[in-house]
Design a protein around this ligand. Sequence first.
Ligand code: CA
Length: 235
Amino acid sequence: MNKPSTTVLIAEDEESFVDAITLGLRKEGFNVEIARDGREALDQFELVSPDVILLDVMLPKISGIDVCKTIRNTSQVPIIMVTARTSELDTVVGLEVGADDYVAKPFRMRELTARIRAVLRRAPSSPQNEDEEELLEIGEITLDTARHELRVKGAPVALPLKEFELLELLMSNPNRVMTRDMIIDRVWGPYHTSDTKTLDVHIKRLRTKIEPDPANPTYISTVRGLGYRFEVIPK
Ligand code: CA
């Protein structure tokens, strides 16, 4: 499934953790490079031009947040932040400085490889034709952005403009946590006074239209304290 040349740069200082991930990723066919602190991460980034970076927030010398900021000055390489389970703040800051996704420790190898593949699919370097971009298909949901049509299990569903734009944003970023601020900014505009209640109401309405069971959503999941994520990985 991977090109043999897909290189993952792991920036992490916990030895046992590095060993386990390296082994797991090599088994999946990835080429793995390792950096033990923030400075090494920046050096390795220049040296090996990785296809994706797995970046621990808590790194010696230069923090993962600062590493991310620095890399984003020159590159859109996919970055997945690795955070402690307890630290929602690190996660928010990480996403705001330009990380594409995050995983919280401890995580399963399967979750990690799924997230890596998801960010690689979204990477700007991956070839994409325009027809594909106009038709978003996830599970039994099809969104035709050119015709402004939503179909659920093949049946057309009417959708007001803001709900359509919201769904388009979420489906264009599958498996990616979108913070409330990011969503409001993109759908309602940067000058909109951030009213998260408006967003939550729109999400609720969307769920009644696309979810098989709106009370137990499988497509749009709430990421507590952060925002929402459109799920592609089957639960
Ligand atoms: Ca660490």
